[in-house]
Write a protein that binds this ligand. Structure first.
Ligand code: DAH
Length: 352
């Protein structure tokens, strides 16, 4: 070799490094801007053509060898460091569990876990969006233009951010818009999350939770929507003979729109879901309005979809027999101790 250095020596030097810093020093020595290889490359121009070609090839070969060895050595050191760290951070999982010092899972979290589990089994994926939304995502893209009465219906909290019109999202529906803008159909998502409206009494809190669903593909139908929701509620409430009904309704972002009610009875102040002659509204749904698809750059002549949205507090209260919604957010440890769930009781579906 006509080079003044020996690749075997360099490889040895790199392989004897114990820290990333040591590797970096050698890398700079040979590959850095003023290092050996770039300096030699600069001198190539002065050589006669035949030598230039040979030396150029040798330099390139050496450069590749050094790069590969440096990378390999870095990975080796990183792995060793990680191994060392893991050894120090080991947790003794045989420690006995002490019920008294363990927190409880909040019923809202528990409800969200079961919703994700049921829809997960139907191949839905989970999407999320920010609590502070643009006016476009929360309203306009969903076919709720300025001065539309639906805006007043929702008691919006406005957030003025440097003259930009932002809102605390009044529903999880803006994540429909976000998802359609960033990904191509087929889309099959649910969106559990926090939502906000200026409203507070025994059945309303200014912050609450919803779960949104959106399916967009070439052949989604109202029948698919209905069967999905029926299956979900039967699984969620664990009732095979759930009595339900779909009522025509109106939402600007779906056409046609419907609301789904489930039957209930009340005996000795205890609510029983699934049978009886009284009805409780559970969710809103419909076929995605073609205008919404177009607002999100999806060709409404090729694609169609369905959507649904429901309140997580109501689902929670009905399933777990909670009567006053404000209890959910009082931060009362005794309340949580009574209504909460032990983290060790959380079962995945495959275990049930
Ligand atoms: N966003 C509606 C609300 O907060 C709920 C809703 C109704 C969502 C129908 C949907 C839907 O996706 O299709 O009242």
């Amino acid at each position: 070799m006509s080079l003044s250095v020996d690749s075997v020596d360099i490889i040895k030097k790199i392989k004897s490094c114990k820290t990333l810093q040591e590797v970096e020093v050698i890398r700079l020595e040979y590959l850095g801007k003023k290092g050996f290889i770039p300096s030699e490359m600069k001198l190539l121009g002065k050589l006669p053509i035949d030598q230039k070609k040979i030396k150029g090839q040798e330099l390139n070969k050496l450069k590749n060898i050094i790069e590969d060895t440096v990378n390999d050595q870095k990975i080796l050191i990183e792995n060793k460091d990680l191994e060392k760290k893991l050894k120090h951070e080991s947790v003794d999982i045989t420690l006995p569990h002490n019920e008294e010092v363990t927190g409880k899972i909040h019923p809202i979290s528990q409800t969200i876990f079961s919703i994700i589990e049921i829809f997960g089994n139907l191949n839905y994926t989970v999407e999320a969006g920010p609590d502070i939304e643009s006016d476009f995502n929360n309203f306009s893209a969903l076919n709720i233009p300025l001065h539309h009465p639906a805006r007043e219906m929702q008691d919006t909290f406005y957030v003025n951010n440097n003259g930009q019109d932002n809102v605390l999202r009044t529903h999880t529906s803006p994540v429909q818009v976000r998802t359609m803008l960033k990904s191509k159909p087929p889309i099959k998502i649910i969106v559990p999350g926090r939502t906000y409206r200026s409203d507070s009494d025994s059945t309303h809190t200014p912050m609450f939770h919803q779960v949104e669903g959106l399916v967009v593909n070439k052949d989604a139908t109202m029948a698919d929507l209905k069967s999905t929701l029926i299956l979900f509620l039967k699984e969620f409430f664990e009732i095979d003979n759930l009595k339900y009904r779909f009522r025509p309704s109106y939402f600007p972002f779906t056409e046609p729109s419907a609301e789904m009610d489930v039957a209930y009875t009340k005996k000795n102040n205890v609510l029983k879901i699934g049978e009886g002659d009284d009805w409780l509204e559970i969710l809103g749904c419909g076929m995605v309005n073609p205008k919404v698809l177009e607002n999100c750059n999806i060709d409404s002549t090729a694609y169609q979809g369905f959507a649904f949205g429901m309140g997580i507090e109501r689902l929670s209260m009905l399933k777990y027999g909670i009567t006053d919604m404000r209890g959910l957010f009082d931060l009362n440890v005794k309340w949580l101790d009574h209504y909460g769930f032990s983290p060790l009781d959380l079962k995945t579906r495959s275990e049930i």
